[in-house]
Design a protein around this ligand. Structure first.
Ligand SMILES: Nc1nc2c(ncn2[C@@H]2O[C@H](COP(=O)(O)OP(=O)(O)OP(=O)(O)O)[C@@H](O)[C@H]2O)c(=O)[nH]1
Length: 377
């Protein structure tokens, strides 16, 4: 990660995250929606304090109207975030809502008293809260949107206020101090800084999730990744009435390679197997390292086609011997055995499919290995 240039980091953080990261982003959206609902409820206290503190009725009523509006929207966002079917636009819409609501409240304050609109620290701080909140969504694009909107909207507000004033006295207040260009420029720089820091937080979170879902040796997705990714694939294919096949692949007599050629050669043998299988992968197929010399191959195809695909891979691997080097004159022939299971016939979830595929894999091993089995008997 430390070797990456700022350009690469920006490229990574502004591209659409992996489906599984987005899945986590939806969880983040629910968290953001809950937080927003709590903050919105607290917002109702502000007009109350204003009335108790002897503020004007007009100010109290407009504050109350604004707080009610924010609460209504917060409940709508919360309802949408709860729905199992994720709306892709929701994180963007809510990030824009958080920032724009802050701008509207500042504009409302400025319409009563110009310095209040530009020097209110409490309301302005909601920009920072809105930007930082986006870090919970695992999607740097929402952070960029919130940061850019805050900069543009606040910049426009400042410009509008400065264009409205007729005399410098209008920008001096006993409660809010005096408004000047330098402090407003500092606020804009602060918004940019908080956006940059939040983007880095999102980037690091994305990398941590990526690493936790990747096998260290082969760089293939691992079991954790499969557990997160498989349910949504099964659900999507189930909706379309399609079939998903899962093959469990286990390299035959792998222990012998380690014993004959050493652990390092064993590692390179695994990389060789992965390179051969990977070269045959078609779009929509996933190769996953479950651990050791065991792999899962997920294919959006029915059982018969899946068996043909895996058997073609078995034959190709057989024809591509592995060259262990270091004192080994002979290239080693590598083979694997596999069991294949398919939804919906063999099960509707990953654990049922893996169990059935494992039974068939055991049979293939008992029958001497170098075999792919997709049906009993
Ligand atoms: N080099 C290397 N070896 C590994 C790795 N993971 C597991 N192994 C080895 O793989 C071997 C697996 O042995 P077994 O489970 O007996 O399987 P097998 O020898 O392939 O026998 P069958 O599966 O019955 O054909 C063990 O010796 C493990 O130490 C790895 O990442 N690198």
């Amino acid at each position: 990660m430390s070797n990456r240039s700022i350009g690469e980091v920006l490229g990574a953080v502004t591209s659409r995250p992996d489906e599984i990261l987005l899945e986590m982003g939806a969880g983040g959206e629910l968290l953001v929606a809950r937080l927003r609902a709590i903050l919105a409820a607290l917002l109702l206290l502000l007009p109350l304090f204003n009335a108790i503190g002897g503020g004007s009725t007009r100010e109290t009523l407009s504050g109350l109207a604004g707080a009610i509006l924010v609460n209504v929207f917060s409940q709508v966002w919360l309802y949408l975030a709860h729905r199992p079917r994720r709306h892709r636009w929701l994180p963007f819409a809510t990030a824009a809502f958080d920032v724009t609501t802050t701008t509207l409240v500042l504009a409302l304050l400025a319409s009563h008293h110009l310095p209040a609109g530009l020097n209110s620290m409490v309301v302005w701080a909601f920009y920072l809260v809105a930007i930082v909140l986006t870090s919970l969504r695992s999607d740097g694009r929402t952070t960029l949107l919130a940061g850019a909107l805050a900069l543009v909207e606040y910049g426009v507000l400042v410009a509008a206020v400065f264009m409205t004033v007729d005399s410098p006295e209008q920008l001096i207040s006993s409660d809010y101090g005096s408004v000047n260009v330098a402090t407003q420029a500092q606020r804009l720089v602060l918004l940019a800084m908080v956006t940059a820091v939040t983007l880095m937080v999102v980037y690091r979170m994305q990398r941590v999730v990526e690493l936790s879902g990747t096998d260290g040796l082969t760089r293939l997705p691992n079991r954790t990744w499969l557990m997160h990714g498989m349910p949504r694939l099964l659900e999507a294919t189930g909706r379309d009435g399609g079939s998903v096949s899962v093959a469990l692949l286990d390299v035959d007599h792998f222990r012998r390679i380690n014993e004959d050629a050493g652990e390092h050669a064993g590692d390179r043998a695994l990389l060789h197997v992965v390179a051969v299988l990977r070269a045959m992968l078609e779009p929509g197929e996933w190769l996953v390292r479950l651990g050791g010399e065991e792999f899962a191959l997920v294919m959006p195809q029915p059982l018969g086609t899946a068996w043909e695909r895996v058997d073609a891979m078995r034959r190709l691997l057989e024809q591509r011997p592995f060259d262990p080097e270091r004192g080994h004159p002979e290239p080693m022939r590598l083979t694997f055995s596999a069991g294949v299971a398919a939804s919906p016939h063999d099960g509707h979830d990953l654990s049922h499919l893996l169990r059935r595929a494992d039974q068939r894999l055991r049979t293939a091993k008992q029958e001497g290995g170098n075999k792919v089995i997709a049906r009993e008997g």
